[in-house]
Design a binder for this molecule. Structure first.
Ligand SMILES: NC(=O)c1ccc[n+]([C@@H]2O[C@H](COP(=O)([O-])OP(=O)(O)OC[C@H]3O[C@@H](n4cnc5c(N)ncnc54)[C@H](OP(=O)(O)O)[C@@H]3O)[C@@H](O)[C@H]2O)c1
Length: 258
């Protein structure tokens, strides 16, 4: 497939890099107005352009990774030349209905919520579409399955997906930073503390994804009676570890919903 990404910023570039590495049979073009900072992508086989319409007629999927206020300008530019395309939008807050109205019935609106771990083939990309676009959406689902997992969700959960999967990246990183800071306090230099903290989170996540069990089942295998792990966990919970995360996620969702 030919994938045309409009908006070569944080997310657009991470998706382009992910496709180049984990879905290399697909060709990618990335556009933005000022391409100086992303010209290095060319060396990786990714086409870079300042022209949103560059070979867009050949694209199988157009991905929008621009800010909401840039959508109308970009669509006004490309709609007269695209004919009939699949348009996958990662634009926060832009509903399928709204996008479909903007692009007209000849094009198919698919809503996606990837995160920047796309670059490492490790995004959790939630995807939503209307029933009539079910067949067209399969190519988008397959593409993002190459870049991690790609669950199909009901569109009404898209804001929740934004918080859990996109903002969730920042929440997970903050956990790692806190763990690393504690690691320094108990004796490691920051580089070693970071390596241990990040790998430990990766290992825990891989075990969960592999075994598909509940986290408490794995926690039970780590917590020896009267041991240091349960003592630490209980102390953290006493200070609101789980509840502060849950409150933070619910606050982020409230913020999105306005
Ligand atoms: N970052 C994430 O983790 C994440 C996750 C999920 C969803 N999203 C959503 O994805 C969208 C992009 O987020 P981002 O963080 O990647 O933002 P960003 O880094 O600001 O990227 C947006 C890019 O769009 C380009 N752009 C602006 N106007 C354009 C135009 N007319 N034609 C072509 N390119 C244009 C900008 O570059 P120029 O100014 O050079 O044109 C910029 O590189 C947002 O709607 C965001 O809510 C982001």
């Amino acid at each position: 497939m030919k994938v045309h990404i409009i908006g070569g910023g944080n997310l657009g570039v991470s998706i382009a890099l992910g496709i180049a590495k984990f879905s290399p049979e697909n060709q990618v073009t990335v556009t933005r107005r000022n391409t100086a900072s992303i010209l290095y992508l060319e060396a990786l086989g990714i086409t870079v352009s300042t022209d949103n319409k560059y070979q867009i007629q050949d694209a199988d999927i157009i991905i929008l990774t621009i800010k909401p206020y840039q959508v109308d300008t970009v669509l006004a530019e490309i709609l007269p030349v695209i004919g009939s395309k699949i348009i996958a939008s990662a634009v926060s807050g832009l509903s399928i209905e709204n996008l479909q109205n903007k692009i007209g019935e000849t094009n198919s609106a698919i809503r996606i919520m990837p995160n920047i771990a796309s670059q490492f083939g490790a995004s959790a990309t939630c995807i939503a579409f209307h029933e009539k676009n079910k067949d067209k959406a399969q190519s988008v689902v397959a593409l993002f399955q190459d870049l991690g997992t790609a669950p199909i969700i009901d569109e009404k959960l898209m804001d929740a997906a934004t918080v859990l999967a996109a903002s969730g990246t920042a929440f997970a990183l903050r956990y790692i930073r806190a763990s690393m800071q504690a690691g320094i306090e108990i004796g490691f230099d920051w580089q070693t503390a970071l390596a241990i903290s990040a790998q430990t989170v990766k290992g825990a996540a891989e075990m969960l994804l592999e075994e598909k069990g509940h986290p408490e089942q794995l926690i039970d295998r780590v917590t020896t009676p009267q041991g240091c792990t349960i003592a630490g966990l209980n102390e953290m919970e006493m200070h609101g570890f789980s509840s502060s995360l849950i409150r933070g996620i619910k606050t982020s969702l409230k913020q999105i919903k306005g």
